[in-house]
Write a protein that binds this ligand. Structure first.
Ligand code: ARG
Length: 292
């Protein structure tokens, strides 16, 4: 911590800066992700305000953008596993919604919308076929990493639009981690992972206006040094970002957020997710982290 003080006109000290975060060296750790190619991606129903079934969608452009995201992870040294997409499940590309894995323990998902319900079982079978020995399916609505964000210490758990608050205690019991419930209030930010992300163990970024007043207080208490973002950065789904501890993969429109993370010593890596955003998704939605 360094601080710079000057003396102002009335001899009162003016504090210019309390930290120089960019001097902190950020170290990436190798991750393992599960992704699902958007081979059957469309917007044919609407379950969030981003989805307009009358707007044109290019499945091939979605596939190009998804492939570029996957190749970005691989270029950064991460391992990406791929699950086969299923016809008739256009949102299956949003793999984050289908499981929460911590220390090899899997908590599957249970979707609120009937249109997505069948995705949960495809992922359950993938986990069983890929060596996961403990796979628990939830009894309450639980949209997995859409609403569950693991900080390394706490499981931040969103509710308000999708995940049932009772799924929070179910997650605590199954995963054996402390759960902190957070209330989302803006329908555009219907999942926690479009309003908040973890940069490193000690640092998160979030959009305060997406949360209830009490939740904002909780976030300020727990993360007094958090990065808070502008409405513009939230509105391009900039908070749907993925950090490996050094590189932060985020939508290319999130320029102010990119500057903020760079000032904290991270390296922003831009991806174009314009086509997937038409369904309300970004880089993180397409990415389930397998914490084995
Ligand atoms: N169209 C999908 C839905 O409304 C988008 C899901 C985005 N996923 C996420 N992790 N936020 O369910």
């Amino acid at each position: 911590m360094t601080s710079v003080s000057l003396v102002g006109p009335g001899d009162e000290p003016i504090v210019l800066g309390v930290t120089t975060p960019a001097t902190q060296v950020r170290v990436p750790t190798t991750r393992r992700y599960l992704m699902c190619p958007p081979a059957y991606f469309t917007v044919e129903y609407s379950i969030n305000p981003w989805m307009d079934p009358t707007q044109p969608i290019s499945t091939s452009l979605a596939m190009e953008q998804w492939t570029a995201l996957k190749e970005t992870y691989e270029r950064l040294g991460h391992k990406v596993d791929v699950i086969d997409p299923e016809p008739g499940l256009p949102d299956m590309v949003f793999a984050a919604n289908s499981g929460t894995v911590i220390d090899g323990q899997v908590l599957g998902s249970r979707f609120r919308a009937p249109q997505r319900a069948a995705e949960a079982d495809h992922f359950r079978r993938w986990f069983l076929a890929n060596g996961y020995r403990s796979v628990v399916m939830p009894s309450r609505t639980n949209e997995a990493e859409g609403d569950f964000v693991w900080t390394g210490k706490y499981l931040l758990a969103g509710t308000g639009f999708r995940t049932d608050p009772q799924a929070h205690s179910e997650a605590q019991e199954v995963l054996g981690v402390p759960v902190i419930s957070l209330h989302l209030t803006d329908p555009r930010y219907y999942h926690l992972d479009v309003a908040l992300f973890v940069l490193a163990d000690d640092l998160i970024a979030y959009y305060p206006d997406a949360f209830s007043p009490g939740t904002r207080q909780v976030l300020r208490r727990l993360f007094p040094n958090a990065i808070t973002t502008t409405a513009e950065d939230a509105a391009c789904l900039g908070l749907n970002a993925v950090s490996d501890g050094r590189h932060v993969i985020l939508p290319l429109e999130a320029t102010a957020l990119a500057d903020q993370v760079a000032r904290h010593g991270f390296e922003p890596v831009f991806v174009d997710i314009s086509e997937l955003r038409k369904s309300g998704g970004g880089p993180k939605c397409c990415t389930m982290e397998l914490r084995d």
